[in-house]
Design a protein around this ligand. Structure first.
Ligand SMILES: NC(=O)c1ccc[n+]([C@@H]2O[C@H](COP(=O)([O-])OP(=O)(O)OC[C@H]3O[C@@H](n4cnc5c(N)ncnc54)[C@H](OP(=O)(O)O)[C@@H]3O)[C@@H](O)[C@H]2O)c1
Length: 310
């Protein structure tokens, strides 16, 4: 798997593993098996949150499981851990006020059994809290060494940029990575934001990220398994010619559609666009590795352009 150098010299693999369901719907044995398979395949970039997966449990499960895995494998310094703050957990935790950020980072560090996280994301924007307060609180975490790098997820681009501008003007740490829902089918769909927060990635956002040299971590990029199980594809997804073209090329290349989507996303920047880092998950190492195989496939220019145009 290719490696990508992020700001602050953090080096990550070209694919990120999502740990959202680890410790809840994916039990410990299967979660450890997927984590081990990913690391054995050369992966080092793991995504979690302070609230995963609260809709199936308490919200502590994913970070706690990762903490146990890191301790057992003694590999904290070999992996890049990204976690998040700001989303709801059973009615608590939503927001990006100073006190919330200070409280939840310590909770995450405790559960993960580490004294720093590599990437700390604002999980969702908080319009009720002044941007200045949030940016200053995050900067303090960086200065204290609790966090190495900052990112944001589910933000409007203009709010993301406004926070960066305030940080820049005041010599504070800024968001240098963005995490949004993105996949092959979403690129041509009018995927309206499902929630109040903005998860949409359109051409304007892509242009902004390219201009600012900010990588896009593409979450749920397998459409929740929808490429292999079409009944899971969201209603708002473009399912016509684009999906047919993907299926035809995948069959020609003897790949699954999911694996081809991973190739597409890891090759995305080659047409002059921003770097996309696909973020996905599975409950089994077999599924995970089958899909991950796409990361090592370099598409020809013709294939890449044809996929883009479809
Ligand atoms: N920032 C945010 O707000 C946000 C929101 C959602 C998620 N995320 C992050 O993104 C990560 C991934 O998101 P996600 O789990 O929602 O979606 P996803 O990765 O797009 O899809 C996961 C689904 O794909 C299926 N799958 C994978 N490989 C397969 C294969 N070869 N054949 C058939 N099915 C396959 C899995 O089923 P099996 O288990 O059966 O393989 C699983 O149900 C999360 O873990 C989390 O870290 C972030």
């Amino acid at each position: 798997m290719e490696k990508i150098k992020l700001k602050n010299d953090i080096v990550v693999s070209s694919v990120c593993l999502g740990a959202m369901n680890f410790g809840t719907s994916t039990d410990e044995k299967s979660s450890f098996a997927v984590l081990d398979a990913y690391v054995d395949a050369g992966g080092n970039f793991i995504d979690t949150s302070n609230n995963y997966a609260h809709w199936q449990g308490t919200g502590d499960e994913s970070e706690t499981l990762l903490g146990k895995w890191l301790k057992e494998r003694k590999n904290r310094d070999k992996v890049v851990i990204a976690t998040k703050v700001g989303f709801d957990r059973h009615g608590e935790g939503a927001g990006l006020k100073r006190g919330q950020i200070e409280f939840w980072i310590d909770e995450s560090l405790r559960k993960l059994g580490t004294d720093y996280v590599d990437i700390y994301y604002a999980h969702s924007d908080d319009a009720q809290t002044p941007i200045e307060e949030t940016v200053e609180a995050f900067d303090k975490l960086v200065k204290k060494g609790k966090v190495r790098m900052l990112g944001a997820s589910n933000f409007d681009t203009w709010r993301f940029d406004r926070a960066r501008a305030y940080a820049k003007t005041n010599g504070l740490a800024e968001y240098t990575i963005m995490q949004q829902r993105f996949s092959y089918l979403y690129e041509k769909s009018s995927c309206a934001p499902t929630y109040v927060f903005n998860e949409y990635v359109g051409r304007e956002r892509l242009r902004y990220l390219k201009e600012e040299n900010i990588p896009l971590v593409a979450y749920s990029c397998l459409c929740k398994g929808g490429y292999e199980r079409p009944e899971r594809l969201p209603q708002s997804c473009e399912k016509g010619e684009r999906l047919e073209f993907l299926a035809t090329l995948a069959a020609e290349k003897k790949m699954t559609k999911s694996a081809l989507v991973i190739s597409y996303l890891t090759n995305f920047h080659r047409t002059g666009e921003t770097r996309v880092i696909p973020l996905f998950s599975s409950s089994t190492p077999e599924h995970f590795l089958e899909t991950l195989s796409g990361a090592d496939i370099k598409l020809t220019d013709e294939e890449l352009l044809a996929l883009k145009r479809a």
